[in-house]
Design a binder for this molecule. Structure first.
Ligand SMILES: Nc1ncnc2c1ncn2[C@@H]1O[C@H](COP(=O)(O)OP(=O)(O)OP(=O)(O)O)[C@@H](O)[C@H]1O
Ligand SMILES: [Mg+2]
Length: 489
């Protein structure tokens, strides 16, 4: 037996390392992880418009001296098996390089520490031509020529990461600058969620001078969000904390709230566990196949905090965007799911039991039995609303929904009660079918028929819908007219 050194071939290995599967936003998040680990309180992203876009990620963290940057640039600069400090978001000694170069061909890192600034680059074209693992160092005059390098003037220490030559984006985009701007919009959304707990605390992130707002997936500030008791369990000497939240029923959410949870669809699809590693969100909206994403459990979201000391156990990947929870952890989480799902069900059922006089009629008002009595809600299934639904865009529909909720919440219960006790409510009296009223309702149906036709509904279908809906079904003479129309069809 003998041994022989087998050195990786730089241009090829470095090219392969670009394909770890980073998305644009997960790559940026990985670079920001380093800034947070370096205790930065302000992280600024700059993406100037132009034909040759570049991206700067600048932080006011502890910074690095020349030797440290050199070390940071090395692939595998840290041992993944080493114990990391409690607040370190790193693990593999790869992120800075692999995330940056997954998107572009040139990475330059400039850092300031002890009043000295130093810089090094990885340049894939240079690696290709030199066929070596050489990084490029810069002298102070060269550093001064870098874009926005004056950012360092205002900090005692910090790090500047410059990404240039976005070939990965380029190859799939017609208009590079526009595509990168679109990517940045996605990035903003991603960062506001994955770092929301930092953004709610002492860290701020800016994109082109605009501050990113945290996106709290639990809507903890909403007064109808139920936060459940935090539980914890210990695995291999490390504590895992679990805190379930039950989000408010959708009707209680404003447009702003829905924006915070993404959309109505995401409210349903992103139920489940939210796994944080050192307060940084890694995976979310999954039950790890423990519970189906059923309608009933859609409001349950469970915050799970896992310390980095357990990284080895849940196979966290280099991108920090996927992981596998071992059965040991899953089993412990299961009890928490049970509790949350049951509560989530309760929120639904509590809203749900409709009291109907006649199952065949579509009433305008639903009378709903609640824990404390009865609630009246406008039935969203009446044909007028169903038809409108097809023609309104998401924004208009949410406005309509808001208006309906507003009407429901301002139902004049007291006045109605007084009038009813006095016998002044007209509906209690024998209904007189005025000609003009019938004419108006009839025209209304004709209009809705025209309207519905545009959305592919047949005349017959629409007439039938109205014949079983309030107020139309309460007018005998109107029913005869509509019946006649049906027979003519
Ligand atoms: N913005 C920064 N400020 C200070 N030090 C940094 C910064 N970025 C990187 N470093 C240093 O460079 C090292 C290498 O970073 P890199 O992201 O490649 O690996 P990591 O963070 O250690 O692990 P991972 O691969 O999991 O991200 C870091 O451990 C850190 O010491
Ligand atoms: Mg890192």
């Amino acid at each position: 037996m003998f041994e022989k050194e087998s050195i990786p071939f730089a241009p090829m290995l470095i090219e392969s390392m670009r394909s770890l599967g980073y998305s644009f936003e997960s790559a940026i998040a990985d670079i920001i992880d380093n800034s947070i680990s370096a205790k930065a309180s302000k992280i600024e992203l700059f993406l100037p418009p132009g034909e040759n876009p570049y991206l700067i990620i600048f932080d006011n963290g502890t910074g690095m001296d020349a030797k440290e940057i050199e070390e940071a640039m090395r692939y595998g600069s840290k041992n993944p098996l080493d114990r990391r400090t409690k607040n370190d978001l790193g693990r593999f000694g790869l992120g800075l390089k692999s995330a940056s170069l997954s998107q572009c061909r040139k990475l330059t890192v400039v850092s300031k520490k002890n009043n000295k600034v130093a810089a090094f680059s990885w340049d894939l074209d240079y690696i290709k031509s030199s066929q070596s693992w050489n990084i490029i160092g810069y002298d102070i005059d060269e550093i001064k020529k870098l874009p926005r390098i004056e950012l360092f003037d205002n900090v005692d220490s910090g790090t500047y990461v410059l990404l240039q030559e976005f070939d990965r984006v380029k190859s799939s985009a017609k208009d590079l600058s526009r595509t990168i701007t679109e990517n940045m919009i996605k990035t903003e959304e991603h960062l506001s969620l994955v770092f929301h707990r930092y953004l709610e605390g002492k860290v701020s992130i800016y994109i082109n001078n605009l501050k990113i707002e945290p996106k709290d997936p639990f809507l903890t500030k909403h007064k109808k969000t139920q936060s459940k008791r935090e539980q914890s369990f210990t695995i291999d000497g490390s504590k895992i904390k679990v805190k379930p939240y039950i989000l408010p029923y959708i009707n209680y959410l404003t447009k702003e709230d829905i924006k915070k949870v993404g959309s109505k669809e995401r409210l349903r699809n992103e139920q489940g566990f939210y796994i944080y590693r050192n307060k940084r969100l890694i995976i979310w909206g999954t039950w790890f196949r423990m519970e189906t994403k059923g309608e009933l459990s859609k409001l349950a979201r469970i915050r799970v905090d896992i310390p980095n000391s357990l990284d080895y156990m849940w196979n966290i990947d280099i991108k920090k965007s996927s992981a596998n929870l071992p059965d040991k952890i899953k089993n412990n989480l299961y009890n928490c799911i049970k509790e949350s799902v049951v509560s989530s069900e309760a929120v639904h059922q509590y809203r749900g039991r409709k009291q109907k006089e006649n199952e065949d009629i579509t009433y305008i008002w639903d009378r709903i039995k609640t824990r404390d009595g009865y609630e009246y809600k406008i039935n969203r299934k009446i044909p007028q609303i169903e038809l409108l639904k097809d023609s309104l865009d998401e924004k208009q529909f949410s406005l309509l929904e808001k208006t309906l909720v507003y009407i429901e919440n301002n139902f004049p219960v007291n006045a109605l009660y007084l009038d009813a006790t006095k016998g002044d409510i007209s509906q209690n009296k024998e209904k007189v079918e005025e000609d003009s009223e019938i004419e108006q309702l009839y025209n209304d149906v004709l209009m809705q028929i025209e309207f519905g036709k545009e959305y592919g509904m047949s005349k017959k279908e629409i007439i039938k819908l109205f014949m079983i809906s309030e107020p139309y079904c309460n007018y005998k003479r109107l029913m005869v007219k509509l019946e006649g129309m049906l027979n003519d069809e």
